[in-house]
Design a protein. Sequence first.
Length: 439
Amino acid sequence: MDSSKQPRVLVIAEAANPRLTSVALIGYSLSSALMEVADVHLVTELRNRDALLEAGFPEERMTAIDNRRLQGFAFRFAKLLRGGESLGWTIYSAFYNFAYPVFERKVWKAFQARLQAGEFDIVHRVTPLSPTTASPLARKLKKLGIPFVLGPLNGGVPWPKGFDAVRRQEKEWLSYVRGLYKLTPGLGTTRDASAALLLASGHTYREVVTTDARRQSALYLPENAIDPARFPEAEEVPQTDVLSLAFVGRLVPYKGAATLLEAALPLLKQNKVRLDIIGDGAEMGRLKAMVAEHGLAAVVSLPGWIPHEQLHGRLRQSQVFAFPSVREFGGGVVLEAMALGLAPVIADYAGPAELLPGDCGWRVLFDSAETLREHFRERLEYLADHPGEVLAAGRRASRFARAHFTWGAKAGQIRQVYDWVLHNGEKPRFPFAYNPEQS
């Protein structure tokens, strides 16, 4: 292929919806960004079509495949087993692994003639993000000589030791036998037949890269990014006598909002910090009771969920993003806070810890729920007495996130991957804070 021309890419993003969050928003955001660096045709699930058109996605560059009946069955059955929509995601992933290959078989039926005719240079599966989901297309495309790009993939980060009670509260009982996913038909073939494996966490990298051949095709590439339009660059944050902390997330035990409140308690009582806990969930009642018991209504706010388009305005009122979550695959909310100039203080585990350069915030070591709370308290006490360090780290965090973690930047990184698999460039090396090959 002529390196001066944009590659023709069939992007598969079964979940791609600007109205939703999590995986569906990643699928939409990345697919849209890739249109700036490649000649993209998106194939997605029919349920996303109206939202994509409403957001301005060109109809002529999209094909919608109807797999709603089977996917809906998998979702409803998993919801019944896990006891809710926000619990037991290992269960949903397991059932979805049976539904998704049917979607790809429908994609093959719709595009087989065009692929065989050489209409596309690359096929790129963006979603599902799960590393446990096989792609029947991978082997077929390898036979046709069309590079198959898989990822970014992320998921299955182990629960840290000492958090089994929290794990059971999340209905993650299937995670105890998660290793059985390796028996998924076609999964090994999918990985071996991929021209590029984009792996979004150290755990996923180590789990997938088990042979020298896969190491040659593997790249570490986090899946999350920020939309500069939704998170515009902040003005200089004023230095104040009271340090403002923000937390954003579901109010469930593993996210750590209660841990954060307990850690900050002495500082809150001394009026040295203020705390904004944004989100909702099962722990809201407990948090409200703690605020009332300690008389903290003047320094702790619990607004519930805030619309995503309004979140940046709320976060700009804080200087520190305090996030003691112990099981984050990606940590997109940390990137959003960084982009706005907040200095993160995070639990040193999994996704967020891999995203954060050492000079842009602080990772808190822990080996139990108790030490997590104690070490968070120590770090917050230090920062309350050194506000200048907070502001400097926040400025560096914003520059780093905006340089490497916008959707435009990510599309540029993936364009380098496309050039590489099409033999128009060397294997990319990205300037991230973490390198799984050296860990």
